[in-house]
Design a protein. Structure first.
Length: 133
């Protein structure tokens, strides 16, 4: 192998990956069985993971995932009051944007006491000028 780690990794991955047909069916099965989103966690991160699955399926299947299928999977992942407000006659991109707008509107803004000016005063006290007299 003449000390070529990347080539060794590439050959190992080629040897260990299942055939593309089985792998694409496995990824499609995982996408179709994707669970509902946890509404207490950022929806952007969860949508990004789902879209990574779509990209992986596209790469293996060598055809783009249909927008209708992406739409159906995404809308199935959403529950609660958000689901009632989504328009089911829109495109995947519009649906995604509606979900992200909801996520941004319901984001909790945390007050970080460590950044409050009063919290910084003791730390700044060490930087005061000291006389050498």
């Amino acid at each position: 192998m003449n000390s070529n780690g990347y080539e060794a990794l590439r050959l190992l991955m080629l040897q260990c990956q299942p055939s593309s047909r089985n792998r694409s069916l496995g990824i499609l099965n995982a996408l179709m069985a994707w669970g509902t989103f946890d509404m207490k966690v950022s929806l952007l991160a969860q949508i990004t993971r789902l879209e990574d699955g779509f990209k992986e399926y596209d790469k293996i299947f060598q055809q783009p995932t249909g927008e209708e299928m992406m739409f159906a999977i995404l809308i199935r992942c959403v529950t609660g009051q958000l689901r009632m407000h989504l328009m089911e006659d829109s495109s995947y991109e519009a649906l995604r944007e509606m979900i992200l707008q909801f996520d941004r509107a319901n984001m909790l803004w945390l007050w970080v006491p460590a950044l409050h000016p009063r919290a910084l005063m003791p730390a700044m006290a060490q930087f005061q000028w000291r006389s050498t007299a």
